[in-house]
Design a protein around this ligand. Sequence first.
Ligand code: F6R
Length: 241
Amino acid sequence: AEVIVVSSRQAAGALVAEAIERLVATKPDAVLGLATGDTPLPVYRALAERVQAGLDLSGVRGFALDEYVGIALDHPESYHSVIDREVVRPLGLTPSAVHVPDGRPLGIETAGERYETAIVAAGGIDLQLLGIGTDGHIGFNEPGSSFASLTRVKTLTRQTRDDNARFFDSVDDVPVHSITQGLGTILRAKRLVLLAFGAGKAHAVAAAVEGPLTASVPASAIQLHPRATVVVDEEAASMLT
Ligand code: F6R
């Protein structure tokens, strides 16, 4: 992967927003893969500023990476809510053009297949934004995930639930399961942009970028992608050689 070290989260946001603006200039109905969590927020913020300055993203389509299973859709931390609040509204996307995996128990056994069908019908994902978990996950593909995996239900590791407890009242309120694009789904995107900030991500970034290809570090799958860019701050880059 190409690694770009930036001086701040804000600089990363500006850089990636610029790339997205260029993509949309050539393809107004571009399909974005949308990550949640803290990491992509500088990108969404930079894009929102450009939208306020006149950029039109209303034709852009989107597919979220993942969703918790068994959380109410209207829970403020469901990724349906987060994508609506942090992405669809501030960026002026068309709500019906933005998809989030369906984590509701009814029909969960076919939800992954339905999501894959929708991505294919949209012509695939043009640019997939990714964060990285401290345990090396991308999406919610926890260690042990197959590189060929497609959208399916995964159990979150204790480490991921601890990391995400900050979004809930306590770790016990963090859902145990998720439905996530697979590593195979992610690898089909035409372009990958993985972002990571802070010392807590340094180990996972080094393992993903410089370590062996291994299911133990799901993010190492990006090494198989011909067009993967890693944008990191100095702290997240600190264990790269
Ligand atoms: C979120 C996702 C996860 C996060 C990762 C990092 O949609 O797929 O892989 O990107 O857990 O989370 P943050 O950015 O909150 O550190």
